[in-house]
Write a protein that binds this ligand. Structure first.
Ligand code: NAD
Length: 362
């Protein structure tokens, strides 16, 4: 019998109040009837850390693993060794760095994700986060909730987005959608840094300029938005040194992956006032520990923190799309039909995408 294991977050009362929360253990991506029809075992759990977790117990004989980046089941090389039957990993969403892709390749386990399923959801969150940092929204709101009224205290750190230089590190589906959405704000310039160039017509449509040197790219920015996957060469790409390339007072929005930035270096840059703000929804470990520096960091005026839990790509609209996409991938696998090529991250021992680093084909 085929065994499908899904690691999802618990919804509790919220899953009851909102049945569209498909990504919860309670609503199980809506896949229970489908698995039952096939006579498959479908195990759904949020228990994912440590050797006594349901994840580590059930991965040993699961054929298919479904995970989401929001409550990631970290499939390490060691766990892959124990997963004797595993053939397919499906990421319900976008971003499969929580799976050791090199180890998956060694075992010829396929890893697929629902490409594009939440890219608009994230791009909208990026634009919101840029605005809330640049306009100093969070302290302004906190002040009102606290019963205070002090315009000067807020306005001294509030700017317009118009005429700023904004750059995306990674100009794929999300990065490009961010650029598109920023055009009406009339920035001074839109820049991007990516080893893959945008098609000329796409570049022209948003009037973006590619900068090939990271230092030169960062040095021109008022706002940096990070939109590349996490892999060997992007881990910690924003660190003490690269932060120093940014102009004093720059703002950073990272909705890509927490581990792209060195947490302590970002917190130090914000606290010293070198950067004016950092916002995003991704953390190197999720759920983030209660003492993570990004929960409490603030700039010298108590401003500049726009962090939230990982939810930008799990809006109710996105959940519908990634639940449907997960079912499609599962059904293609069951029937032996071809998978949508853009959904494939690794298969047959090789990377099928150019987004996870510049790699030579074997
Ligand atoms: P994509 O594959 O369409 O684009 C990624 C781009 O990053 C590619 O153009 C690639 O060439 C570029 N890139 C890779 N390595 C780079 C490097 N070293 N320097 C510069 N550019 C590099 O992916 P996407 O759909 O735009 O998603 C990007 C990432 O966003 C995902 O991998 C995931 O980590 C994250 N994401 C987060 C959420 C969320 O809810 N916060 C949701 C979806 C995706």
């Amino acid at each position: 019998m085929v065994k499908v294991l899904a690691i999802l977050y618990d919804g509790g009362e919220h899953a009851v109040q909102q049945p569209k929360l498909l990504g919860t253990t309670e609503n199980s991506l809506g896949l229970k009837p489908y698995c039952e029809e096939q006579g498959w075992e479908y195990v759904v759990t949020s228990s994912k850390e440590g050797k006594d977790s349901e994840f580590q117990k059930h991965i040993k004989d699961a054929d298919v693993l479904i995970t989401t980046p929001f409550h990631p089941g970290y499939l390490t090389a060691d766990l892959i060794k124990t997963a004797k039957n595993l053939k397919l990993c499906i990421t319900a969403g976008v971003g499969s760095d929580h799976i050791d892709l090199n180890a998956a390749n060694e075992r010829k386990i396929s890893v697929l994700e629902v490409t594009g399923s939440n890219v608009v959801s994230v791009a909208e969150h990026v634009v919101m986060s840029i605005l809330l940092l640049v306009r100093n929204f969070v302290p302004a709101h906190e002040q009102i909730m606290a019963g205070d009224w002090n315009v000067a205290a807020i306005a001294k750190d509030a700017y317009d987005l118009e005429a700023k230089v904004i750059g995306t590190l990674g100009a794929g589906r999300i990065g490009y959608r961010v650029l598109q959405r920023l055009v009406p704000f009339e920035p001074k310039e839109l820049l991007y840094y990516d080893y893959q160039s945008l098609p000329a017509d796409a570049e022209k449509a948003v009037n973006a300029r590619r900068v090939e040197d990271l230092k030169e790219f960062l040095g021109q920015l008022d706002v940096l938005t990070i939109n590349c996957p996490l892999h060997e060469t992007t881990r910690g790409i924003i660190n003490k040194e690269t932060l120093s390339y940014l102009k004093k007072g720059a703002w950073i929005v990272n909705t890509a992956r927490g581990a792209l930035c060195v947490a302590e270096d970002v917190a130090a840059a914000l606290e010293s006032g070198h950067i004016a703000g950092y916002a995003g929804d991704v953390w190197a470990q999720q759920p983030a520990p209660s003492d993570h520096p990004w929960r409490s960091m603030r700039g010298p005026h108590g401003n500049g923190n726009g962090m939230v839990a990982h939810y930008s790509g799990t809006t109710l609209d996105a959940q519908q799309r990634y639940a449907a996409g997960t079912k499609k991938i599962l059904d293609n696998w069951r029937t032996g039909s071809a998978q949508t090529p853009s959904d494939i991250i690794v298969t047959d021992g090789e990377y099928a995408t150019k987004a996870y680093g510049q790699r030579e084909k074997k």
